[in-house]
Design a binder for this molecule. Structure first.
Ligand SMILES: O=C(O)c1ccc(O)c(O)c1
Ligand SMILES: [Mg+2]
Length: 626
Protein backbone atom coordinates (compact mmCIF):
# COMPACT_ATOMS: atom_id res chain seq x y z
CA UNK A 1 0.00 0.00 0.00
CA UNK A 2 1.18 3.45 -0.77
CA UNK A 3 0.05 6.83 0.52
CA UNK A 4 -2.93 8.21 -1.41
CA UNK A 5 -2.26 11.58 -3.02
CA UNK A 6 -4.84 14.31 -3.47
CA UNK A 7 -5.06 17.99 -4.41
CA UNK A 8 -7.63 20.74 -3.94
CA UNK A 9 -8.94 22.13 -7.20
CA UNK A 10 -8.19 25.67 -5.93
CA UNK A 11 -4.49 24.89 -6.42
CA UNK A 12 -4.72 24.90 -10.22
CA UNK A 13 -5.81 27.20 -13.04
CA UNK A 14 -8.59 26.60 -15.55
CA UNK A 15 -12.05 25.06 -15.56
CA UNK A 16 -12.98 22.17 -13.30
CA UNK A 17 -12.76 19.86 -16.32
CA UNK A 18 -9.24 21.12 -17.16
CA UNK A 19 -8.19 20.70 -13.54
CA UNK A 20 -9.55 17.17 -13.22
CA UNK A 21 -7.80 16.08 -16.39
CA UNK A 22 -4.48 17.56 -15.26
CA UNK A 23 -4.85 16.04 -11.79
CA UNK A 24 -5.34 12.58 -13.28
CA UNK A 25 -2.50 12.99 -15.77
CA UNK A 26 -0.12 14.08 -13.02
CA UNK A 27 -0.76 10.82 -11.20
CA UNK A 28 -2.93 11.86 -8.25
CA UNK A 29 -5.40 9.40 -6.72
CA UNK A 30 -8.07 11.96 -5.88
CA UNK A 31 -8.99 15.60 -5.34
CA UNK A 32 -10.83 18.06 -3.10
CA UNK A 33 -13.66 19.96 -4.74
CA UNK A 34 -13.40 23.65 -3.97
CA UNK A 35 -16.88 25.14 -3.84
CA UNK A 36 -16.43 28.01 -6.37
CA UNK A 37 -15.15 25.47 -8.94
CA UNK A 38 -18.31 23.41 -8.57
CA UNK A 39 -20.71 26.36 -8.48
CA UNK A 40 -19.27 27.81 -11.70
CA UNK A 41 -19.03 24.47 -13.52
CA UNK A 42 -21.52 23.65 -16.29
CA UNK A 43 -21.26 20.01 -15.18
CA UNK A 44 -23.82 18.74 -12.67
CA UNK A 45 -22.43 17.00 -9.57
CA UNK A 46 -23.38 13.59 -11.01
CA UNK A 47 -21.50 14.37 -14.21
CA UNK A 48 -18.47 15.52 -12.22
CA UNK A 49 -18.60 12.24 -10.29
CA UNK A 50 -18.82 10.26 -13.55
CA UNK A 51 -15.94 12.18 -15.10
CA UNK A 52 -13.81 11.68 -11.98
CA UNK A 53 -14.53 7.95 -12.06
CA UNK A 54 -13.58 7.82 -15.76
CA UNK A 55 -10.29 9.47 -14.88
CA UNK A 56 -9.73 7.02 -12.04
CA UNK A 57 -9.99 9.76 -9.41
CA UNK A 58 -11.81 9.75 -6.08
CA UNK A 59 -13.47 12.87 -4.72
CA UNK A 60 -11.92 13.01 -1.29
CA UNK A 61 -13.33 16.17 0.24
CA UNK A 62 -15.84 18.90 -0.45
CA UNK A 63 -15.52 22.31 1.14
CA UNK A 64 -18.53 24.55 0.81
CA UNK A 65 -18.59 25.80 4.42
CA UNK A 66 -16.51 28.13 6.50
CA UNK A 67 -18.92 29.35 9.12
CA UNK A 68 -21.20 26.62 10.43
CA UNK A 69 -21.39 27.71 14.06
CA UNK A 70 -23.04 30.95 15.07
CA UNK A 71 -24.08 32.81 18.22
CA UNK A 72 -27.19 33.87 16.32
CA UNK A 73 -29.77 31.05 16.61
CA UNK A 74 -31.49 32.02 13.35
CA UNK A 75 -28.21 31.92 11.48
CA UNK A 76 -27.34 28.52 12.94
CA UNK A 77 -30.79 27.18 11.99
CA UNK A 78 -30.26 28.50 8.46
CA UNK A 79 -26.80 26.88 8.36
CA UNK A 80 -28.35 23.50 9.13
CA UNK A 81 -30.66 23.86 6.13
CA UNK A 82 -27.67 24.88 4.01
CA UNK A 83 -25.83 21.80 5.27
CA UNK A 84 -28.71 19.56 4.20
CA UNK A 85 -28.61 21.00 0.67
CA UNK A 86 -24.85 20.46 0.55
CA UNK A 87 -25.31 16.87 1.74
CA UNK A 88 -27.55 16.41 -1.33
CA UNK A 89 -24.72 17.63 -3.55
CA UNK A 90 -22.28 15.30 -1.81
CA UNK A 91 -24.53 12.33 -2.38
CA UNK A 92 -24.44 13.08 -6.12
CA UNK A 93 -20.69 13.68 -6.02
CA UNK A 94 -20.15 10.39 -4.28
CA UNK A 95 -18.09 12.24 -1.65
CA UNK A 96 -18.65 11.51 2.03
CA UNK A 97 -16.26 13.97 3.70
CA UNK A 98 -17.22 17.60 4.34
CA UNK A 99 -14.68 20.18 5.47
CA UNK A 100 -15.86 22.52 8.20
CA UNK A 101 -13.52 25.41 9.02
CA UNK A 102 -13.46 27.29 12.28
CA UNK A 103 -15.42 30.47 11.82
CA UNK A 104 -13.54 33.74 11.28
CA UNK A 105 -16.76 35.77 11.70
CA UNK A 106 -17.68 38.10 14.56
CA UNK A 107 -20.69 35.82 15.16
CA UNK A 108 -18.43 32.77 15.76
CA UNK A 109 -19.33 30.84 18.91
CA UNK A 110 -16.76 31.65 21.61
CA UNK A 111 -17.88 29.19 24.23
CA UNK A 112 -16.39 25.70 23.89
CA UNK A 113 -19.49 24.01 25.31
CA UNK A 114 -21.87 25.78 22.92
CA UNK A 115 -19.55 25.14 19.98
CA UNK A 116 -19.38 21.42 20.84
CA UNK A 117 -23.18 21.35 21.00
CA UNK A 118 -23.58 22.94 17.57
CA UNK A 119 -20.97 20.68 15.97
CA UNK A 120 -22.70 17.69 17.57
CA UNK A 121 -25.99 18.77 15.96
CA UNK A 122 -24.38 19.01 12.52
CA UNK A 123 -22.54 15.69 13.01
CA UNK A 124 -25.83 13.95 13.87
CA UNK A 125 -27.46 15.17 10.66
CA UNK A 126 -24.39 14.25 8.63
CA UNK A 127 -24.30 10.76 10.07
CA UNK A 128 -27.91 10.17 8.98
CA UNK A 129 -26.74 10.84 5.44
CA UNK A 130 -23.62 8.68 5.73
CA UNK A 131 -21.41 11.78 5.73
CA UNK A 132 -18.48 12.70 7.99
CA UNK A 133 -17.23 16.15 9.00
CA UNK A 134 -13.59 17.21 9.20
CA UNK A 135 -13.20 20.24 11.49
CA UNK A 136 -10.22 22.47 10.71
CA UNK A 137 -8.76 25.36 12.69
CA UNK A 138 -8.03 28.35 10.47
CA UNK A 139 -5.06 30.38 11.74
CA UNK A 140 -7.33 33.43 11.76
CA UNK A 141 -10.38 31.71 13.26
CA UNK A 142 -12.21 34.01 15.70
CA UNK A 143 -12.20 31.53 18.58
CA UNK A 144 -10.68 28.28 17.30
CA UNK A 145 -7.34 28.97 15.63
CA UNK A 146 -5.01 26.18 16.77
CA UNK A 147 -5.07 22.50 15.87
CA UNK A 148 -4.98 21.58 19.57
CA UNK A 149 -8.11 23.59 20.30
CA UNK A 150 -9.94 22.15 17.27
CA UNK A 151 -8.91 18.65 18.37
CA UNK A 152 -10.07 19.40 21.93
CA UNK A 153 -13.55 20.31 20.67
CA UNK A 154 -13.68 17.22 18.43
CA UNK A 155 -12.67 15.04 21.39
CA UNK A 156 -15.32 16.71 23.56
CA UNK A 157 -18.06 16.13 20.99
CA UNK A 158 -16.92 12.53 20.68
CA UNK A 159 -19.15 11.71 17.71
CA UNK A 160 -18.25 9.09 15.09
CA UNK A 161 -19.13 11.49 12.27
CA UNK A 162 -16.85 14.27 13.54
CA UNK A 163 -13.07 14.27 13.19
CA UNK A 164 -10.42 16.92 12.62
CA UNK A 165 -8.62 18.16 9.53
CA UNK A 166 -4.98 19.17 9.89
CA UNK A 167 -3.62 21.84 7.58
CA UNK A 168 0.13 22.38 7.78
CA UNK A 169 -0.20 26.03 6.78
CA UNK A 170 -2.45 26.99 9.68
CA UNK A 171 -0.19 25.19 12.13
CA UNK A 172 3.26 26.19 10.90
CA UNK A 173 2.37 29.78 9.91
CA UNK A 174 1.60 30.46 13.57
CA UNK A 175 4.84 28.92 14.70
CA UNK A 176 2.88 26.28 16.61
CA UNK A 177 4.70 23.15 17.75
CA UNK A 178 3.35 20.34 15.53
CA UNK A 179 4.64 17.54 17.77
CA UNK A 180 1.28 17.46 19.59
CA UNK A 181 -0.15 15.83 16.44
CA UNK A 182 1.41 12.60 17.71
CA UNK A 183 -1.05 12.64 20.58
CA UNK A 184 -4.13 12.82 18.37
CA UNK A 185 -5.88 9.54 17.67
CA UNK A 186 -5.02 8.94 13.99
CA UNK A 187 -8.52 7.58 13.32
CA UNK A 188 -9.95 10.93 14.37
CA UNK A 189 -7.82 12.83 11.88
CA UNK A 190 -10.25 12.68 8.99
CA UNK A 191 -8.14 14.66 6.52
CA UNK A 192 -4.67 16.11 5.96
CA UNK A 193 -3.97 19.23 3.94
CA UNK A 194 -0.38 20.09 3.13
CA UNK A 195 1.01 23.44 2.07
CA UNK A 196 4.42 25.03 2.22
CA UNK A 197 5.05 28.80 2.16
CA UNK A 198 7.99 31.17 2.02
CA UNK A 199 8.82 33.01 5.25
CA UNK A 200 7.00 36.32 4.92
CA UNK A 201 6.19 38.91 7.51
CA UNK A 202 2.60 39.80 6.74
CA UNK A 203 -1.01 39.29 7.74
CA UNK A 204 -1.55 35.54 8.02
CA UNK A 205 -4.82 35.49 6.03
CA UNK A 206 -3.20 37.30 3.07
CA UNK A 207 -0.14 35.05 3.39
CA UNK A 208 -2.38 31.97 3.24
CA UNK A 209 -4.62 33.13 0.40
CA UNK A 210 -1.85 34.32 -1.92
CA UNK A 211 1.53 32.79 -1.08
CA UNK A 212 1.12 29.13 -0.25
CA UNK A 213 3.22 26.81 -2.38
CA UNK A 214 3.91 23.10 -2.78
CA UNK A 215 6.06 21.23 -0.28
CA UNK A 216 9.70 21.80 -1.19
CA UNK A 217 9.03 25.27 -2.62
CA UNK A 218 8.86 27.23 0.63
CA UNK A 219 10.50 27.36 4.04
CA UNK A 220 8.31 25.22 6.31
CA UNK A 221 9.75 22.03 7.78
CA UNK A 222 7.18 19.70 6.29
CA UNK A 223 9.36 16.61 6.69
CA UNK A 224 9.11 16.88 10.48
CA UNK A 225 5.42 17.77 10.21
CA UNK A 226 4.71 14.69 8.09
CA UNK A 227 6.62 12.49 10.55
CA UNK A 228 4.30 13.66 13.36
CA UNK A 229 1.28 12.87 11.21
CA UNK A 230 2.59 9.39 10.42
CA UNK A 231 3.21 8.83 14.15
CA UNK A 232 -0.44 9.64 14.91
CA UNK A 233 -1.50 6.64 12.81
CA UNK A 234 -3.36 8.75 10.21
CA UNK A 235 -3.72 6.72 7.03
CA UNK A 236 -5.91 8.90 4.79
CA UNK A 237 -4.86 10.89 1.72
CA UNK A 238 -2.13 13.53 1.71
CA UNK A 239 -3.74 16.46 0.00
CA UNK A 240 -2.32 19.72 -1.32
CA UNK A 241 -4.39 22.84 -0.72
CA UNK A 242 -2.49 25.69 -2.30
CA UNK A 243 -3.80 29.21 -2.67
CA UNK A 244 -1.21 30.89 -4.89
CA UNK A 245 -1.69 33.86 -7.21
CA UNK A 246 0.90 32.64 -9.72
CA UNK A 247 -0.49 29.08 -9.95
CA UNK A 248 -3.91 30.56 -10.63
CA UNK A 249 -2.72 31.67 -14.05
CA UNK A 250 0.09 29.19 -14.77
CA UNK A 251 -0.10 26.23 -17.16
CA UNK A 252 -2.38 23.70 -15.43
CA UNK A 253 -0.51 20.56 -16.49
CA UNK A 254 2.87 21.84 -15.41
CA UNK A 255 1.59 22.98 -12.02
CA UNK A 256 -0.15 19.65 -11.46
CA UNK A 257 3.05 17.76 -12.31
CA UNK A 258 5.04 19.92 -9.88
CA UNK A 259 2.33 19.32 -7.27
CA UNK A 260 2.55 15.56 -7.58
CA UNK A 261 6.35 15.66 -7.51
CA UNK A 262 6.18 17.72 -4.31
CA UNK A 263 4.27 14.94 -2.56
CA UNK A 264 6.77 12.32 -3.71
CA UNK A 265 9.63 14.49 -2.49
CA UNK A 266 7.87 15.11 0.82
CA UNK A 267 7.42 11.39 1.37
CA UNK A 268 11.13 10.89 0.84
CA UNK A 269 11.80 13.60 3.46
CA UNK A 270 9.39 12.05 5.95
CA UNK A 271 10.96 8.64 5.34
CA UNK A 272 14.21 9.91 6.87
CA UNK A 273 12.57 10.12 10.30
CA UNK A 274 12.63 7.12 12.60
CA UNK A 275 9.59 4.83 12.65
CA UNK A 276 8.24 6.17 9.35
CA UNK A 277 5.80 3.83 7.62
CA UNK A 278 6.86 1.68 4.68
CA UNK A 279 3.94 3.12 2.72
CA UNK A 280 6.03 6.19 1.93
CA UNK A 281 7.34 6.64 -1.58
CA UNK A 282 11.05 5.95 -1.59
CA UNK A 283 12.81 7.04 -4.79
CA UNK A 284 16.29 5.85 -5.76
CA UNK A 285 18.88 7.97 -3.91
CA UNK A 286 20.86 10.75 -5.56
CA UNK A 287 23.81 9.57 -7.65
CA UNK A 288 27.42 10.64 -7.15
CA UNK A 289 28.13 14.25 -8.00
CA UNK A 290 31.23 16.43 -8.25
CA UNK A 291 31.60 20.00 -9.45
CA UNK A 292 30.64 22.21 -12.38
CA UNK A 293 33.07 21.37 -15.18
CA UNK A 294 31.67 23.18 -18.17
CA UNK A 295 29.37 25.98 -19.16
CA UNK A 296 27.77 26.45 -22.54
CA UNK A 297 26.67 29.94 -23.47
CA UNK A 298 24.18 30.59 -26.23
CA UNK A 299 25.40 33.79 -27.82
CA UNK A 300 24.02 33.69 -31.36
CA UNK A 301 26.20 34.93 -34.24
CA UNK A 302 25.67 38.63 -33.49
CA UNK A 303 26.67 38.59 -29.84
CA UNK A 304 29.46 36.03 -30.26
CA UNK A 305 32.30 38.56 -30.73
CA UNK A 306 31.23 40.48 -27.63
CA UNK A 307 31.14 37.27 -25.57
CA UNK A 308 34.54 36.22 -26.93
CA UNK A 309 35.99 39.65 -26.15
CA UNK A 310 34.71 39.52 -22.55
CA UNK A 311 35.97 35.96 -22.04
CA UNK A 312 39.31 37.17 -23.41
CA UNK A 313 39.44 39.86 -20.70
CA UNK A 314 38.73 37.18 -18.14
CA UNK A 315 41.83 35.31 -19.27
CA UNK A 316 40.12 32.73 -21.46
CA UNK A 317 41.48 31.87 -24.86
CA UNK A 318 39.65 30.30 -27.71
CA UNK A 319 41.43 26.99 -27.98
CA UNK A 320 39.26 25.14 -30.46
CA UNK A 321 36.11 25.29 -32.49
CA UNK A 322 33.61 22.60 -33.33
CA UNK A 323 33.72 21.70 -36.98
CA UNK A 324 29.99 21.34 -37.54
CA UNK A 325 28.15 22.78 -34.59
CA UNK A 326 29.15 26.43 -34.48
CA UNK A 327 30.69 25.96 -31.06
CA UNK A 328 33.78 27.76 -29.88
CA UNK A 329 35.71 26.42 -26.94
CA UNK A 330 37.29 28.89 -24.50
CA UNK A 331 39.73 27.56 -21.94
CA UNK A 332 41.40 28.90 -18.86
CA UNK A 333 43.28 26.45 -16.69
CA UNK A 334 40.77 23.74 -15.81
CA UNK A 335 37.78 25.79 -16.97
CA UNK A 336 35.90 25.21 -20.21
CA UNK A 337 33.31 27.57 -21.64
CA UNK A 338 31.67 26.67 -24.92
CA UNK A 339 30.09 29.50 -26.85
CA UNK A 340 27.32 28.52 -29.20
CA UNK A 341 27.31 30.95 -32.10
CA UNK A 342 24.42 29.42 -34.02
CA UNK A 343 21.04 31.11 -34.32
CA UNK A 344 18.78 28.33 -33.15
CA UNK A 345 20.29 27.31 -29.86
CA UNK A 346 18.15 29.22 -27.45
CA UNK A 347 14.91 27.50 -26.67
CA UNK A 348 12.30 29.79 -25.23
CA UNK A 349 8.63 29.45 -24.55
CA UNK A 350 6.40 30.47 -27.45
CA UNK A 351 6.18 34.22 -27.63
CA UNK A 352 9.09 34.80 -25.29
CA UNK A 353 11.91 36.57 -27.10
CA UNK A 354 15.27 34.94 -26.88
CA UNK A 355 17.48 37.20 -24.82
CA UNK A 356 21.11 36.68 -25.62
CA UNK A 357 23.58 35.70 -24.52
CA UNK A 358 22.31 33.11 -22.06
CA UNK A 359 23.58 30.23 -19.97
CA UNK A 360 22.31 27.31 -22.04
CA UNK A 361 23.97 24.39 -20.33
CA UNK A 362 25.67 23.69 -17.03
CA UNK A 363 27.86 20.59 -17.05
CA UNK A 364 28.44 18.81 -13.76
CA UNK A 365 30.65 15.78 -13.42
CA UNK A 366 29.14 12.64 -11.94
CA UNK A 367 30.59 9.21 -11.27
CA UNK A 368 27.35 7.69 -12.56
CA UNK A 369 24.91 9.83 -14.55
CA UNK A 370 22.67 6.78 -15.00
CA UNK A 371 21.75 6.83 -11.31
CA UNK A 372 20.55 10.41 -11.73
CA UNK A 373 18.44 9.38 -14.69
CA UNK A 374 16.67 6.72 -12.61
CA UNK A 375 16.07 9.13 -9.76
CA UNK A 376 14.79 11.93 -12.02
CA UNK A 377 12.35 9.57 -13.72
CA UNK A 378 11.10 8.22 -10.38
CA UNK A 379 10.31 11.82 -9.39
CA UNK A 380 8.53 12.46 -12.68
CA UNK A 381 11.21 14.69 -14.20
CA UNK A 382 11.64 14.12 -17.96
CA UNK A 383 15.43 13.81 -17.89
CA UNK A 384 17.10 12.29 -20.95
CA UNK A 385 20.22 10.40 -21.75
CA UNK A 386 21.86 12.24 -24.63
CA UNK A 387 24.67 11.47 -27.02
CA UNK A 388 27.38 13.99 -27.75
CA UNK A 389 27.32 15.34 -31.29
CA UNK A 390 30.14 13.93 -33.35
CA UNK A 391 31.07 11.21 -30.90
CA UNK A 392 29.95 7.70 -30.22
CA UNK A 393 29.68 8.34 -26.50
CA UNK A 394 27.71 5.76 -24.61
CA UNK A 395 24.19 7.14 -24.14
CA UNK A 396 24.08 6.90 -20.36
CA UNK A 397 27.24 9.00 -20.14
CA UNK A 398 25.36 12.28 -20.23
CA UNK A 399 22.03 12.89 -18.52
CA UNK A 400 20.26 16.14 -19.28
CA UNK A 401 17.39 17.84 -17.53
CA UNK A 402 15.95 21.30 -18.19
CA UNK A 403 16.21 23.71 -15.34
CA UNK A 404 14.58 26.63 -17.11
CA UNK A 405 13.21 26.99 -20.63
CA UNK A 406 16.66 28.23 -21.64
CA UNK A 407 19.04 26.28 -19.40
CA UNK A 408 19.74 22.59 -19.01
CA UNK A 409 21.80 20.77 -16.45
CA UNK A 410 24.01 18.02 -17.80
CA UNK A 411 25.36 15.32 -15.52
CA UNK A 412 28.44 13.99 -17.26
CA UNK A 413 30.65 11.04 -16.65
CA UNK A 414 34.39 11.66 -16.56
CA UNK A 415 34.84 10.09 -19.98
CA UNK A 416 32.05 12.15 -21.49
CA UNK A 417 33.73 15.33 -20.25
CA UNK A 418 36.80 14.16 -22.08
CA UNK A 419 34.97 13.24 -25.27
CA UNK A 420 33.03 16.51 -25.08
CA UNK A 421 36.33 18.35 -25.24
CA UNK A 422 37.63 16.04 -27.93
CA UNK A 423 34.59 16.67 -30.09
CA UNK A 424 36.04 20.07 -30.84
CA UNK A 425 38.53 20.43 -33.64
CA UNK A 426 41.82 19.33 -32.35
CA UNK A 427 43.51 22.03 -34.35
CA UNK A 428 43.74 24.85 -31.85
CA UNK A 429 42.81 28.30 -33.04
CA UNK A 430 45.03 29.91 -30.49
CA UNK A 431 48.36 29.23 -28.90
CA UNK A 432 48.49 27.26 -25.68
CA UNK A 433 46.19 28.38 -22.87
CA UNK A 434 47.57 31.08 -20.54
CA UNK A 435 50.56 29.85 -18.65
CA UNK A 436 49.42 30.97 -15.23
CA UNK A 437 45.68 30.58 -14.83
CA UNK A 438 44.22 32.78 -12.10
CA UNK A 439 40.65 31.43 -12.15
CA UNK A 440 40.20 28.13 -10.36
CA UNK A 441 36.60 26.99 -10.66
CA UNK A 442 32.99 27.99 -11.25
CA UNK A 443 32.03 29.50 -7.89
CA UNK A 444 28.36 29.96 -8.72
CA UNK A 445 25.89 30.48 -11.52
CA UNK A 446 22.92 32.78 -11.25
CA UNK A 447 19.99 32.19 -13.56
CA UNK A 448 17.27 34.67 -14.43
CA UNK A 449 13.98 32.84 -14.32
CA UNK A 450 10.45 33.95 -15.21
CA UNK A 451 8.18 34.48 -12.21
CA UNK A 452 5.87 31.63 -13.17
CA UNK A 453 8.72 29.09 -13.35
CA UNK A 454 10.29 30.04 -10.02
CA UNK A 455 8.54 27.55 -7.74
CA UNK A 456 8.85 24.66 -10.18
CA UNK A 457 12.59 25.23 -10.56
CA UNK A 458 13.07 25.43 -6.79
CA UNK A 459 11.30 22.11 -6.43
CA UNK A 460 13.36 20.49 -9.20
CA UNK A 461 16.66 21.57 -7.66
CA UNK A 462 15.61 20.57 -4.16
CA UNK A 463 13.91 17.29 -4.99
CA UNK A 464 16.01 15.67 -7.72
CA UNK A 465 19.40 17.16 -6.83
CA UNK A 466 18.87 17.57 -3.09
CA UNK A 467 20.01 21.21 -3.10
CA UNK A 468 19.46 23.30 0.04
CA UNK A 469 17.86 26.74 -0.25
CA UNK A 470 19.23 29.62 1.79
CA UNK A 471 17.56 32.79 2.98
CA UNK A 472 15.99 34.58 0.00
CA UNK A 473 16.89 38.17 -0.79
CA UNK A 474 15.14 41.12 -2.34
CA UNK A 475 17.44 43.64 -3.98
CA UNK A 476 15.83 47.01 -4.35
CA UNK A 477 17.48 49.60 -6.54
CA UNK A 478 16.74 52.62 -8.65
CA UNK A 479 14.69 50.75 -11.25
CA UNK A 480 12.88 48.05 -9.35
CA UNK A 481 13.19 44.90 -7.38
CA UNK A 482 14.97 41.64 -8.05
CA UNK A 483 14.24 38.64 -5.89
CA UNK A 484 17.08 36.21 -5.51
CA UNK A 485 17.42 32.81 -3.91
CA UNK A 486 20.64 30.85 -3.47
CA UNK A 487 20.77 27.05 -3.36
CA UNK A 488 23.81 24.94 -2.58
CA UNK A 489 24.82 21.32 -2.77
CA UNK A 490 27.88 20.01 -1.00
CA UNK A 491 29.53 17.42 -3.23
CA UNK A 492 32.51 15.10 -3.17
CA UNK A 493 34.72 17.85 -4.56
CA UNK A 494 33.29 21.08 -3.22
CA UNK A 495 30.08 23.07 -3.30
CA UNK A 496 27.77 23.61 -6.26
CA UNK A 497 26.10 26.99 -5.89
CA UNK A 498 23.21 28.14 -8.01
CA UNK A 499 21.13 31.19 -7.51
CA UNK A 500 17.78 32.08 -9.04
CA UNK A 501 16.79 35.63 -9.87
CA UNK A 502 13.45 36.98 -10.89
CA UNK A 503 11.68 40.24 -11.34
CA UNK A 504 8.36 39.69 -9.57
CA UNK A 505 5.21 40.38 -11.54
CA UNK A 506 4.82 40.54 -15.25
CA UNK A 507 6.77 43.14 -17.11
CA UNK A 508 5.95 43.42 -20.77
CA UNK A 509 8.54 43.35 -23.50
CA UNK A 510 7.47 46.78 -24.61
CA UNK A 511 8.26 48.13 -21.17
CA UNK A 512 10.72 51.04 -21.37
CA UNK A 513 12.88 49.45 -18.68
CA UNK A 514 16.26 48.16 -19.85
CA UNK A 515 15.84 44.69 -21.32
CA UNK A 516 17.91 43.23 -18.51
CA UNK A 517 15.25 44.17 -16.01
CA UNK A 518 12.52 42.10 -17.60
CA UNK A 519 13.68 38.86 -16.08
CA UNK A 520 16.73 39.68 -14.04
CA UNK A 521 20.22 39.00 -15.34
CA UNK A 522 22.11 35.72 -15.37
CA UNK A 523 25.75 35.49 -14.49
CA UNK A 524 28.61 33.07 -14.18
CA UNK A 525 31.03 33.63 -11.29
CA UNK A 526 34.54 32.20 -11.41
CA UNK A 527 36.55 31.58 -8.27
CA UNK A 528 40.07 32.89 -7.71
CA UNK A 529 42.61 32.73 -4.89
CA UNK A 530 43.51 36.40 -5.30
CA UNK A 531 40.91 38.83 -6.59
CA UNK A 532 43.32 41.77 -6.75
CA UNK A 533 45.88 39.83 -8.80
CA UNK A 534 43.11 38.47 -11.04
CA UNK A 535 41.77 41.99 -11.65
CA UNK A 536 45.27 43.27 -12.43
CA UNK A 537 45.78 40.45 -14.96
CA UNK A 538 42.45 41.25 -16.53
CA UNK A 539 43.25 44.96 -16.77
CA UNK A 540 46.49 43.96 -18.49
CA UNK A 541 44.29 42.13 -21.02
CA UNK A 542 42.26 45.26 -21.70
CA UNK A 543 39.51 44.85 -19.14
CA UNK A 544 37.92 48.10 -17.99
CA UNK A 545 36.69 47.64 -14.43
CA UNK A 546 33.09 48.54 -13.71
CA UNK A 547 32.91 52.08 -12.36
CA UNK A 548 31.76 51.75 -8.77
CA UNK A 549 30.65 54.90 -6.96
CA UNK A 550 33.34 56.37 -4.63
CA UNK A 551 30.54 56.65 -2.04
CA UNK A 552 30.61 52.86 -1.81
CA UNK A 553 34.26 52.90 -0.70
CA UNK A 554 33.57 55.65 1.84
CA UNK A 555 30.87 53.37 3.22
CA UNK A 556 33.26 50.38 3.28
CA UNK A 557 35.76 52.46 5.27
CA UNK A 558 32.98 53.30 7.72
CA UNK A 559 31.85 49.68 8.11
CA UNK A 560 35.12 47.76 8.05
CA UNK A 561 38.72 48.28 9.08
CA UNK A 562 40.13 48.05 5.57
CA UNK A 563 43.58 49.71 5.30
CA UNK A 564 43.55 52.85 3.17
CA UNK A 565 45.92 51.55 0.50
CA UNK A 566 43.88 48.33 0.07
CA UNK A 567 40.74 50.41 -0.21
CA UNK A 568 42.35 52.54 -2.92
CA UNK A 569 43.33 49.37 -4.84
CA UNK A 570 39.81 47.94 -4.52
CA UNK A 571 38.38 51.20 -5.81
CA UNK A 572 40.78 51.41 -8.74
CA UNK A 573 39.91 47.85 -9.78
CA UNK A 574 36.16 48.10 -9.08
CA UNK A 575 36.35 45.33 -6.48
CA UNK A 576 33.56 45.05 -3.92
CA UNK A 577 34.02 43.68 -0.42
CA UNK A 578 32.10 41.97 2.34
CA UNK A 579 32.99 40.20 5.61
CA UNK A 580 30.98 37.92 7.85
CA UNK A 581 32.14 38.84 11.34
CA UNK A 582 33.91 35.52 11.95
CA UNK A 583 37.00 36.25 9.89
CA UNK A 584 35.46 35.29 6.56
CA UNK A 585 35.93 37.79 3.75
CA UNK A 586 34.65 38.15 0.22
CA UNK A 587 36.20 40.11 -2.66
CA UNK A 588 34.35 40.25 -5.95
CA UNK A 589 34.13 42.22 -9.16
CA UNK A 590 32.06 42.16 -12.31
CA UNK A 591 32.17 42.64 -16.03
CA UNK A 592 29.63 44.97 -17.59
CA UNK A 593 26.62 43.14 -18.98
CA UNK A 594 27.31 41.38 -22.26
CA UNK A 595 24.33 41.95 -24.47
CA UNK A 596 21.43 42.59 -22.14
CA UNK A 597 21.22 39.50 -20.06
CA UNK A 598 24.54 38.08 -18.97
CA UNK A 599 27.63 39.14 -17.09
CA UNK A 600 30.60 37.49 -15.42
CA UNK A 601 31.88 37.82 -11.91
CA UNK A 602 35.18 36.92 -10.26
CA UNK A 603 35.07 36.04 -6.57
CA UNK A 604 37.57 35.31 -3.84
CA UNK A 605 36.35 33.61 -0.68
CA UNK A 606 38.44 33.90 2.46
CA UNK A 607 37.87 31.73 5.52
CA UNK A 608 34.32 30.55 6.07
CA UNK A 609 32.57 33.22 4.02
CA UNK A 610 29.59 31.38 2.52
CA UNK A 611 27.51 34.20 1.02
CA UNK A 612 27.55 36.03 -2.30
CA UNK A 613 28.19 39.63 -1.27
CA UNK A 614 24.44 40.15 -1.41
CA UNK A 615 24.71 43.51 0.34
CA UNK A 616 26.62 44.80 -2.68
CA UNK A 617 23.99 43.83 -5.26
CA UNK A 618 22.33 47.21 -5.50
CA UNK A 619 25.72 48.95 -6.01
CA UNK A 620 26.63 46.44 -8.70
CA UNK A 621 23.27 46.82 -10.46
CA UNK A 622 23.55 50.60 -10.42
CA UNK A 623 27.05 50.44 -11.91
CA UNK A 624 25.96 48.04 -14.65
CA UNK A 625 22.92 50.10 -15.56
CA UNK A 626 24.96 53.30 -16.00
O1 LIG B 1 -8.70 30.65 3.23
C1 LIG B 1 -9.71 29.99 3.54
O2 LIG B 1 -10.80 30.48 3.72
C2 LIG B 1 -9.56 28.53 3.73
C3 LIG B 1 -10.62 27.67 3.47
C4 LIG B 1 -10.47 26.30 3.63
C5 LIG B 1 -9.29 25.80 4.07
O3 LIG B 1 -9.08 24.47 4.24
C6 LIG B 1 -8.24 26.66 4.34
O4 LIG B 1 -7.09 26.12 4.76
C7 LIG B 1 -8.36 28.00 4.17
MG1 LIG C 1 -7.05 24.03 4.76
Amino acid sequence: MSIRTSIATVSLSGSLETKMTAIAEAGFDGFEVFEPDLVSSPQRPKEIAARAADLGLTIDLYQPFRDVDSTNPDTFARNLIRADRKFDVMEELGCDLLLVCSSPLPTAVRDDGQLAEQLHTVAERAQERGIRLAYEALAWGAHINTYRHAWQIVADVDHPALGTCLDSFHILSRGDDPSGIRDIDGDKIFFLQLADAPHLVMDVLQWSRHHRCFPGQGNFDLGAFGAHVVASGYDGPWSLEIFNDVFRHSATGRTAADAHRSLLYLQEQVGRYPHATDQLFDPPPPGPIENIVSVRLASGPVRAPEVAWTLGHLGFEMTAAHSTHGLQLFSHGPLAVAVDTTVDTLWTAPGVPAHLPAVAQIGVRSGDPGEWLTRAHALGVPAQAVGMPGTDTDLAEVVRMSVTDATSLDLRSRSSVQSWLEAFDLVPRASAPPSSPFLTDVDHIALAVPADSWDGIMLLLRSVLGMTPHEGQDVVDAVGLVRSQALTLTTATGVIRLSLNMVPGRVSDTDPLPAARRGGVSHVAFGTHDAIAAAESMVARGFLPLQISPNYYDDLAARFDVPGDVLATLQRLGILYDANGSGGEFFHFFTPTVGDDLFFEVVQRVGDYAGYGETNSAVRLAAQLR
